[in-house]
Design a protein around this ligand. Structure first.
Ligand code: GLY
Length: 322
C-alpha cells in the first residue's frame, strides 16, 4: 500500500482554484455524496469569484462556501472542544507577503472573512480569542449558529469512547477517523493566494490553536512560484511547515506534483503517517494534491477546467474515486 498518494499534475490554467475538504479517513462518513458536493460548491464559488480578478477573493469565497457546507470540519460544521464548544481558526496569505489569521474564535460564521479583514486592514498577522470575536461583531459579520446537531452527536460519541480509556492515542485516532479542515489555493492573473479554516481537532483542549491561522504551516504563497494549503494534525504541521517546504521546492524548479509528494514524504519521515494532506497550485496553472492519510476530498476548476470537478483522493489504491 502506498504510504503517500499524489494526484496531479492537473492543468487548470489561469485562473485556477483547487480546494480540499480535509485529510482523514472519511470511512465513517455516511453521506460521501454530500462531502463531494460541498467541495464541488467550494470550487464553484472560487471560480465565480475569479471575476473579481483577485486571488484573495477567490480563496475567501471558496473557503466561505466550504465553511457554510455544514458537512466539513470548519464554520457551521466545526468539530467541538473537549467541553463541547465551537472554537475555530482560519487564515490566508497572498503573494505580497501579506497574511491574516484568526484563532480560537467563536462568533463569526465565516472565520475566513475575519482573517481577510486582518490581512487587508491591520498591521498584525493573527488576532485571537475574545478580541477577534469582538472585531467580527463590530464588522457586522454573520454570527455562527453554534454546534450543529451532527457535531454534537459526534462529540458525545467520541467523548464516551475517550472516557472508556482511549487516552491521547485515541485523540489522535479521531483525526484519522474523520476529516479535518478546509482550504483553498488560487491563481488569478498571475497572482497567487492560499488559505485554511477549521474547527480544529476533535476534543481539543479549550484554547488550543492549530496550524490553520499560521502562515507557512496551514497555508503559504510566494509570488511567481506557488500557493499551498495544508490539512491534518496541526501540531505536526506547525512544527514541519510543509507548505513552505512545498513552495520552496517549486521555486527550485520541482514540478508541482513532485513538490507535493516530497513535502508529504518529508512530513511522514518527521512525524509518522496519517497526519497531512496538501494542495498546491503553481504560477503556471498546474495543481496537485498529496496525502499520507486514507483520504481527502478535493475539487478544482479553472480556465482549462471550466466545470468544477470533485473527487475523493484515496490512499488504498492511489486512485481517485468519483
Ligand atoms: N489542521 C487543523 C488543526 O489541527 O487545527
Amino acid at each position: 500500500m502506498a504510504e503517500i498518494t499524489v494526484y496531479g499534475p492537473i492543468k487548470l490554467g489561469d485562473p485556477a482554484v483547487i480546494v480540499h475538504g480535509g485529510a482523514g479517513s472519511w470511512r465513517l462518513v455516511e453521506r460521501l455524496d454530500e462531502v463531494l458536493k460541498a467541495v464541488e460548491n467550494g470550487a464553484r464559488a472560487g471560480l465565480e469569484a475569479t471575476k473579481k480578478n483577485n486571488a484573495i477573493e477567490v480563496v475567501v469565497e471558496a473557503i466561505a462556501a466550504l465553511e457554510d457546507s455544514g458537512v466539513l470540519n470548519a464554520g457551521t460544521g466545526s468539530t467541538l472542544t473537549y467541553d463541547g464548544r465551537v472554537e475555530m481558526d482560519a487564515g490566508l496569505m497572498d503573494d505580497d507577503m501579506r497574511a491574516g489569521g484568526v484563532a480560537v474564535v467563536t462568533y463569526p460564521r465565516n472565520p475566513i472573512r475575519l482573517a481577510k479583514f486582518i490581512l487587508l486592514n491591520l498591521d498584525h498577522v493573527i488576532i485571537a480569542g475574545k478580541a477577534a470575536d469582538e472585531l467580527a461583531k463590530k464588522l457586522g459579520l454573520p454570527k455562527h449558529p453554534g454546534p450543529s446537531e451532527a457535531s454534537l452527536k459526534r462529540w458525545q460519541r467520541l467523548r464516551d469512547e475517550l472516557r472508556k480509556g482511549g487516552g491521547p492515542a485515541w485523540a489522535r485516532k479521531i483525526v484519522e477517523l474523520y476529516g479535518d479542515t478546509v482550504g483553498a489555493a488560487a491563481l488569478v492573473n498571475g497572482r497567487l493566494a492560499a488559505g485554511a479554516s477549521t474547527g480544529g481537532v476533535s476534543l481539543k483542549y479549550p484554547g488550543r490553536v492549530g496550524d490553520s491561522p499560521i502562515p507557512g504551516a496551514g497555508f503559504y504563497a510566494r509570488r511567481g512560484v506557488a500557493a499551498c494549503s495544508a490539512t491534518g494534525i496541526g501540531e505536526t504541521i506547525i512544527l514541519g511547515r510543509p507548505c513552505v517546504y512545498a513552495v520552496d521546492l517549486v521555486a527550485e524548479g520541482v514540478p508541482v506534483e513532485e513538490a507535493a509528494r516530497a513535502a508529504v514524504a518529508r512530513h511522514t519521515r518527521l512525524f509518522g503517517s496519517k497526519n497531512l494532506g496538501i494542495i498546491v497550485v503553481d504560477a503556471n496553472g498546474y495543481a496537485a494534491a498529496a496525502i499520507n492519510t486514507d483520504g481527502m476530498p478535493i475539487a478544482y476548476a479553472g480556465a482549462e477546467a471550466p466545470t468544477p470537478t470533485p473527487l475523493m483522493l484515496r490512499r488504498v489504491t492511489g486512485e481517485a474515486e468519483r
